[in-house]
Design a protein around this ligand. Structure first.
Ligand code: MF3
Ligand code: CO
Length: 270
């Protein structure tokens, strides 16, 4: 399938979906504390979907059983919610997608429970910042792997982390997963040219150790092969008609984090 180019009207619909995702993730983040379970968080997401007449992107996707993915400690991505209670020191990654009027939003964050190992905090901070640096490199007329290369370079500049190679970002629009696939590593200047109307989900996944992964017998949960802790951040963004980026799944459109990197966000969706 070719890369789907969105009109401004379509991007406005994606923004509505993106804000539903942002709101659900915000409420889930606030709820995380010792004693809470990933199924409790899933219930919060279900409630937000109902309130906004939105549909989950993940439920039934290739048979996926829930509306969020919740990955704890050495689980990196695609963990299935369960009844285990969070304990202080855990690090949690939550991934959520919603559909409004046929258009998807997809976003994820990692956060610690109470006091955590400073090296786990650094792991998450590096993952988060690498995502923003990747998005900041998305320029009309540039190439897809400008994003990939910025993500990898930043992560490698911060220490020895494993960057997952079997998973990556993706185009997003009327389906959650569209072309192109977005690697979180590689040389800049390659791949399709970045154009106005392109929408991508950027999602670095890293560990404190090995980049190698295993999928558990539940057929979903991706863990690091060496059981080192992992982190995952994701935002969906678009290149708007004014040629500037807008982060569809961030409450502020990415103004603060992209601003810090010297990138102005689009005025088209405000
Ligand atoms: N947000 C994830 C991604 O971008 C999707 C989770 S897989 C699902 O790949 F099955 F839960 F949908
Ligand atoms: Co995604």
């Amino acid at each position: 399938m070719a890369i789907q180019i969105k009109t401004l009207e379509q991007l406005k619909k994606m923004r509505v979906a993106g804000l539903v995702v942002a709101e659900a993730l915000r409420l889930m983040r606030e709820a995380i504390e010792p004693g809470v379970t990933t199924l409790d968080l899933d219930a919060i997401a279900v409630k937000v979907l109902k309130e906004h007449n939105a549909t989950p992107s993940f439920l039934n996707y290739h048979g996926y059983p829930n509306v969020i993915c919740a990955s704890v400690n050495h689980e990196v991505v695609h963990g299935i919610p369960n009844e285990r209670k969070f304990v202080e020191g855990d690090i949690i990654s939550i991934d959520f997608g919603a559909i409004v009027d046929g258009w998807h939003g997809d976003s994820a964050f990692s956060v610690g429970v109470g006091n955590i190992d400073p090296e786990d905090q650094k792991l998450m901070d590096v993952c988060d910042e690498s995502m923003w640096r990747g998005i900041a490199q998305a320029k009309v007329g540039g190439h897809l792997t400008d994003i990939s290369s910025a993500i990898e370079e930043y992560i490698n500049s911060q220490g020895k982390y494993g960057i997952l190679r079997e998973y990556g970002g993706h185009g997003i629009g009327t389906e959650m997963h569209q072309e192109p696939h977005v690697l979180n590593y590689g040389k800049a200047g390659l791949g399709p040219e970045l154009k106005v109307g392109l929408a991508l989900a950027i999602e670095p996944m890293i560990t404190r150790g090995s980049a190698r992964t295993q999928v558990l017998s539940d057929d979903w949960t991706v863990i690091s092969a060496d059981k080192s802790n992992g982190s995952h951040f994701e935002h969906s963004f678009a290149l708007c008609p004014d040629g500037k980026p807008f982060v569809l799944t961030a409450h502020d459109g990415g103004a603060e984090r992209l601003g810090r990197l010297g990138v102005e966000i689009s005025a088209d969706l405000s």
